[in-house]
Write a protein that binds this ligand. Structure first.
Ligand code: FES
Length: 161
């Protein structure tokens, strides 16, 4: 009888260690699968397009400076045509604002000022506000590529309608 109890206990112990081993293997397999899934999943950062649709040109009256706060650009309708400037200050990146009473673009952070062509007239900004590529699409909307700077004298720096 004592031998049989020992045998039963030994079987139970064996079953316990077998289940423990299977449980450990299952946890290790689940961890490996989770790691493999993370490794194989594309690590992509979805950023908004740098191209902004600024709408129809007739939204912008002649001699107007319009700030698009969401995209950080100005659309300027001058005698020469439509052009676009970055509205992000070249000092430390604050969003600038058009001050019609001063006929200047001004930065609220450290006082840099720029004329309507983006040239710095005051303050610590090291560079002018960059001009951005602007063009008309097939629907007649103004498009601005915030990722592409153009020189003011380049032929595609203005849109003439
Ligand atoms: S961030 Fe514009 S002047 Fe400093």
């Amino acid at each position: 009888m004592a031998d049989e109890d020992e045998k039963n206990e030994s079987v139970n112990r064996r079953q316990f260690f077998a289940k423990l081993g299977l449980g450990s293997l299952s946890i290790a397999a689940a961890g490996t699968a989770a790691f493999a899934y993370q490794f194989l999943e594309p690590n992509v950062l979805y950023e908004p397009s740098p191209v902004v649709n600024a709408g129809k040109p007739d939204r912008y009256p002649l001699d107007s400076v319009t700030l698009d706060v969401n995209s950080g650009i100005y659309i300027i309708h001058s005698q020469e045509g439509y052009f676009s400037l970055s509205a992000v200050c070249t000092h430390l990146g604050c969003l600038t604002a058009w001050k019609p009473e001063e006929n200047r673009i001004a930065c609220p952070c450290h006082g840099s000022k720029f004329n309507i062509d983006g040239v710095k007239t005051d303050g610590p900004a090291p560079k002018p506000l960059p001009w951005k590529r602007i063009w008309l699409n097939d629907d007649g909307d103004l498009l601005v590529d915030r990722s592409t700077d153009v020189h003011p004298l380049q032929p595609d720096s203005y849109v003439r309608v």
